[in-house]
Design a protein. Structure first.
Length: 222
């Protein structure tokens, strides 16, 4: 369990899965975290939107295949109606179409249900902080997919004001490394990595980690 900083509020999370046998134990386990509070459990996308509207909510842990309204459409609606709410996909599906559809809809993280409790909690915290976390299998499939799709020449070039360190960080993102591994490889803190990523994204008009992977590959860095 991680300890929240003194005085910090708990992250408010919705757990969405159409199977009660998955949804309820997951909500119970996440509720044991010191810094996470499960405020609602939803069986489909319409219930997610209703719970988000009742708010406040920080993160939705979203299954993709649900009746009435699926997770991809719910993610898209959340991005439009409640952009302050981050979405982390947790699903058994790691095919290219599911991954790209969810990330395009606005999901900030994508995990398979092989992920452990600590990985899920870490992804929730990262999403709430504006970062992206992708399961290793998802990273590998995304890299493979991006490499087969050419990027327009205009998007390949990186701005001239990107620093050598920011270029290094983008290279490692393109290789699928999470922030902790980047910090270890460059012998800097995770906080410094986050600063470099924020600056890089702003300079290069990169929207999320999946977009960063595409740009790294297009620029020949990965």
């Amino acid at each position: 369990m991680s300890e929240p900083t003194q005085g910090a509020r708990r992250l408010r999370v919705i757990v969405a899965d159409d199977q009660a046998a998955v949804r309820e134990p997951l909500a119970a386990v996440l509720g044991l975290s010191d810094d996470i509070e499960v405020v609602a459990a939803a069986a489909d996308g319409t219930e997610v939107l209703a719970a988000a509207a009742a708010g406040p909510v920080d993160v939705v842990l979203m299954d993709l295949r649900m009746p009435v309204m699926d997770g991809t459409e719910a993610t898209r609606r959340l991005a439009e109606e409640h952009p302050e709410v981050a979405v982390v996909v947790l699903t058994t599906f790691a095919d290219d179409d599911s991954i790209l559809a969810a990330l395009s809809a606005g999901a900030r993280g994508y995990l398979t249900k092989n992920a452990g409790r600590q990985d899920i909690a870490r992804a929730i915290r990262a999403a709430a902080a504006g970062q992206s976390v992708l399961d290793r299998e998802v990273q590998d499939r995304l890299l493979a997919t991006v490499r087969t799709k050419p990027t327009p020449a205009a998007a390949q070039a990186l701005p001239a004001d990107i620093t050598p360190r920011e270029r290094e960080v983008l290279t490692l993102i393109g290789q699928g490394l999470p922030n902790r591994a980047i910090a270890q490889q460059l012998f800097i803190s995770e906080a410094t990595v986050k600063t470099h990523i924020n600056n890089l994204f702003a300079k290069a008009d990169i929207h999320d980690r999946a977009d960063a992977v595409r740009r790294a590959i297009a620029a020949g860095l990965a």
